[in-house]
Each structure stands twice: as C-alpha cells, then as structure tokens.
Design a protein around this ligand. Structure first.
Ligand SMILES: Nc1ncnc2c1ncn2[C@@H]1O[C@H](COP(=O)(O)OP(=O)(O)O)[C@@H](O)[C@H]1O
Ligand SMILES: [Mg+2]
Length: 371
C-alpha cells in the first residue's frame, strides 16, 4: 500500500467566474487559458467554474477545461475544488445577491479556501492605510466627495486635485481640478476621455460645482491631493507592482512594471494613450543608476508593507494584488490604488512568475486549516 503524504497531494483549483450566454463564461479567456496550461505543467487539476455551476454540496460539478488540440473550452465533470481563485469579472456582477450568497457560502465552507473575495473600494483603501503608522505616509490627502464647502476647502489646501470614482478602473471618470489665481478663469477642470482631454474653465465656483456634479452623475467619488510626479520626457509615469503570496504564505513582489502617460494625459492607462515601459529606463534620467535601484528596492519594500496592511484591515484572505505607486519629484513613494483582480502583466518574466506563484500560494492555502 502506498501512502500519499498530505503535503504531496496537489490541491484542485477552480477559477471562479460567471456564466456568459455567448462565450460560455465571462472574464479574460486568454488569462484563464494560461493559468490552466501552467497548472497542467505543474501537475495540478485546474478548471474554470461559473457561480451557477459551483454547487458546494455535490461531489462532482461541471467545470471548463481548456483543450489544447481543439483550442476549445469543454465542460466536464470535475471534483469540488480545494482552493477557489475568485475572478468574478466586475463589481456589477459581484453585487448580485445570488453571487454574494455563493461567495459567502465558499467563505463559510469548512474545507474550501477562497481568496480575494471582493473588489477594493478606493475610499476604503485609503482609510485602511491611514490607520497604520507604517503606511499612512504613502497616502495622498484624500476625502470623500461631499459638500461644496469641503471641495472649496480642499482646493484651498492643495491647488491641484484628482477626482476619482470610488469604484473606478482604467482611468474611467477621472478628472483633475486646478486653481491658478493668475488666470482670469482660475478654475480648470480636466476631464479625461479615451481620445482626448476635455477642458472646462471658469471664474465662478458655483458653475464649476455644477459641472463637476453633472460629470459625476451621482456616482461616489473621492477627492485627492494631486502629487507632482517625476517625469520622463515631459510625461509622468507610475509603477505597477504585482504583489503575491509565496509558497510559505508571505507577501512578496513578483515584479514591477511602469506605465508612461500619453502626452498631456492625466493618467497612465494604455487605453488612455499610456505605454508599457521598463521602470529602470523611466527612473534613470532623473535618479541615475544607483538612485533608480534604490528607488525600486524601496518600492518593493513599500508594496509589501502596504499589502500586509490592506489584508489586515480588510480581514479577508488575499493572495495577490496589483498596486499603482507614484514617485514624486523628491523621490518619495505614493500609493494611488490597489486592485484585487490584477490584470495580466504584459512583461513576460512577471507574467510567468505570477502564474507559478498562483499555484505555490494555492498549495500553501490548501494546507492551512480554516478557522
Ligand atoms: N493623487 C494623484 N496625484 C497624481 N496622479 C494621480 C493621482 N491619482 C491618480 N493619479 C494618476 O492617475 C492614474 C489612475 O488613478 P487610479 O487611482 O489608479 O485610478 P484607476 O482605478 O482608474 O486606475 C494613476 O495611475 C496616476 O497616474
Ligand atoms: Mg489604477
């Protein structure tokens, strides 16, 4: 008789998403395909399952497996997973009662581990980081958008502000507000659009207020001190850091990329004209070779400290997150946001390591006891 030691048994892993009538399931199929392929190479059973098909009180469920020869996702009977990698694609889906219940059932399951249960909210992220002395310094001054006087007061303190939707992504809905007393129309609102910026200028605060409210269309926003970011060829950039847990359950930086803003753009997103760059190339002209290395080292250490605090404050099991960090003209590091559903990194080395780490962490997680 052979005994399989618990440590040697590889967990069954499910990528959780929602059904889609036209393409079987939602989410980035190419990303899921890479995960399934990597799992196969490493000897794991990994499949995609929809919230509808994940039936926690059955032994066998319907999961999608990618067939390399036919290049198709095919449904087949699979065992219930040990670990669930939550990739419910958007906040709209996540909010649905049926989906909330399913996530709760997974979280309360005696054996199954689910990580990254929810999307982050920008306001909550800032309040979590402000709570700890180790992370408070990374956070720009931030308030929830509310009254007229609060906005006026914030603009008094900081002549440049960012206005960002609490649940935004990919730069959607972001605006920049500046005040220049030398200008005959001192209030300037830059509204980001994929093709170009829209600029609204006025001398009257009530008109500005009305315009901002119209743009926001009742979605919750935060207002934030604009950081004077360091530049590369007159364009600003930020660092995109991928932080994941290791096979021992510790946070570690998988890789750092850079995104360079398009000319005169207020964000660095690729759909908004930004480009993917090497962080060393971006830092070199301003900080020199040693300065660049020192900064990247500091960014790594900061990202780990931030990830730890986010996880502690949100009281959920997290296995990965991506982070947007800014560097100001003095070389200080600033936190802009963290994402609980990181997009796939285009940098091949980061990408490959990130796929492997998913499995390392899942193995670790499956060996821990749920409390
Ligand atoms: N307070 C700020 N100061 C300077 N630049 C900012 C600030 N907030 C955001 N940005 C720029 O805008 C980008 C998008 O902001 P972010 O908070 O990441 O929103 P999104 O969720 O849309 O990605 C950042 O990556 C950064 O380049
Ligand atoms: Mg971002």
């Amino acid at each position: 008789m052979t005994f399989v030691q618990q440590e040697d048994r590889k967990p069954v892993i499910a990528i959780l998403t929602v059904a889609d009538p036209y393409r079987k399931f939602c989410g980035n199929h190419a990303n899921f395909r890479d995960i399934v392929k990597t799992g196969k190479q490493l000897g794991y059973l990994v499949y995609v399952v929809t919230t509808r098909d994940l039936k926690l009180n059955e032994d066998q469920i319907q999961g999608y497996i990618y067939q390399t020869d036919t290049k198709q996702w095919v449904q087949q009977w699979v065992p219930l997973p040990d670990v669930i990698y939550n990739r419910i694609p958007n906040r709209g889906q996540e909010k649905k009662v049926f989906i909330q219940r399913k996530i709760d059932a997974c979280l309360n399951h005696p054996r199954i581990h689910l990580f990254n249960p929810f999307f982050f909210n920008k306001w909550k992220l800032f309040s979590w980081l402000k709570k700890s002395g180790a992370t408070a310094d990374f956070v720009p001054a931030t308030k929830r958008f509310g009254t007229r006087s609060a906005l006026a007061e914030m603009l008094n303190e900081h002549a440049e502000l960012y206005l960002k939707p609490e649940s935004g992504k990919a730069g959607k809905g972001i605006m920049k507000l500046t005040f220049d007393s030398q200008d005959s129309k001192p209030y300037k609102l830059i509204i980001q659009n994929p093709e170009r910026n829209l600029i609204y200028k006025t001398a009257k605060f009530p008109l500005l207020w009305r315009r901002i409210r119209a743009e926001m269309d009742k979605t919750p926003y935060i207002i934030q001190q604009a950081i004077r970011l360091t530049r590369y060829q007159c364009r600003h950039f930020d660092l995109r850091v991928l932080v994941q847990k290791t096979s021992r359950g510790y946070w570690s930086v998988t890789g750092i990329g850079a995104r360079l803003a398009g000319k005169k753009r207020i964000t660095t997103h690729v759909p908004q004209g930004g480009t993917v760059e090497d962080p060393r190339d971006m830092l070199l002209p301003t900080f020199g070779p040693e300065g660049a290395e020192e900064l990247l080292e500091r960014a790594r250490a900061s990202a780990v400290t931030i990830a730890r605090q986010i996880e502690r404050a949100c009281e959920q099991t997290l296995g990965e997150m991506s982070m947007d960090l800014g560097i100001d003209e003095d070389g200080k590091i600033w936190f802009f946001e963290a994402n609980a559903k990181p997009m796939k990194f285009d940098e091949p080395k980061i990408r490959q390591k990130s796929l492997q780490r998913l499995f390392h962490y899942s193995s670790f997680l499956s060996r821990t006891n749920k409390v």
